[in-house]
Each structure stands twice: as structure tokens, then as C-alpha cells.
Design a protein around this ligand. Structure first.
Ligand code: HEC
Length: 124
């Protein structure tokens, strides 16, 4: 009886631990690939990033841009150094977040941070 309840307990502990691990892995996985982020944020007419940077985006669109850039920052760059990638992505996330509360200041930072060529030259 004793050994039985022990093994059930051990199994249960294992089960709970694996759920925990699964949840962490899920949470860490970027929602969008870099290509998806480029398509959704940087492509189209008008581009989502430009709408947000010029104060023409709705709250939902701003939130979407933040989400896209957060996913971008969790991705690995196709090329180039991880530190430079982190800096560029963090600047994008920070600027997009600022647009949620302040279009003007955030928009100016976003326009500077969304530098297609500067990032593609090193990371694409
Ligand atoms: C923070 C860095 C960064 C910035 C800023 C950036 N890109 Fe990119 N972009 C990338 C990387 C990295 C790739 C390569 C992705 C891959 O091949 O997986 C890429 C790929 C692309 C692609 C090709 C996608 C595909 O399906 O192959 C397009 C189009 C693109 N970017 C457009 C833009 C435009 C337009 C801008 C500016 C408004 C921009 N990007 C700004 C990093 C960036």
C-alpha cells in the first residue's frame, strides 16, 4: 500500500513538473517568425509601422505592433550578432510601446528605430 501511494505521488509530481515545463516552453516561443513580423509590420500600403509612427493607428493596431516587435525580439536574427539584434529589437519594442501613450514622442523614436536598411545590412 505504502509503495503504491508513493509511486502515485511521484507520478503526480512528475506530471505537474512537466506541465510547468511545457508552460514555460510555450510562453517562450515567439508568436511570429521574423518573416511574419516583416510582412505584418513592414509590408503593405500603408505599412503598420508607418501608421503607428505617424499617429494614424488605432489602439488595436498599436497593440498589434508591440506584439509583433516583442515576437521579433524573441527570434534569432538570420545573421549578425545577438547583442546588436537585441538592441535594435528593444528600441522597436520601447518605441512602439511609447506610441500607446504618446504618439508624438513614441512616433519619432519609432521612425528612427524602424531603419530597414540598417537592420537588413547586419541581420538579414
Ligand atoms: C530589427 C531588424 C529589422 C528591421 C528594423 C527591419 N527588418 Fe526586414 N528583415 C529583418 C530580418 C532579420 C529579415 C530576414 C528574415 C529571414 O530571412 O528569416 C528581414 C526580412 C525582410 C523581408 C523579407 C521577408 C521574407 O518573407 O523573406 C522584407 C520584405 C522586409 N524585411 C521588409 C522590411 C521593411 C520594409 C523594413 C522597414 C520598414 C524592415 N524590414 C525593417 C530584420 C529587420
Amino acid at each position: 500500500m505504502r509503495t503504491r501511494s508513493l509511486s502515485v505521488g511521484a507520478l503526480l509530481a512528475l506530471f505537474v513538473a512537466s506541465i510547468g515545463l511545457f508552460a514555460v516552453a510555450q510562453d517562450d516561443k515567439p508568436k511570429f517568425t521574423t518573416k511574419e513580423v516583416m510582412k505584418k509590420a513592414h509590408d503593405g500600403n500603408p505599412k503598420l509601422c508607418a501608421k503607428v509612427a505617424t499617429g494614424k493607428a488605432s489602439k488595436e493596431e498599436k497593440e498589434q505592433l508591440v506584439e509583433l516587435y516583442v515576437a521579433l525580439s524573441k527570434n534569432k536574427p538570420a545573421k549578425g550578432d545577438a547583442k546588436s539584434w537585441e538592441e535594435k529589437c528593444n528600441a522597436l519594442v520601447a518605441a512602439a510601446k511609447e506610441c500607446l501613450t504618446d504618439d508624438k514622442a513614441g512616433g519619432a523614436k519609432l521612425q528612427k528605430a524602424v531603419n530597414c536598411k540598417a537592420c537588413h545590412e547586419v541581420h538579414k
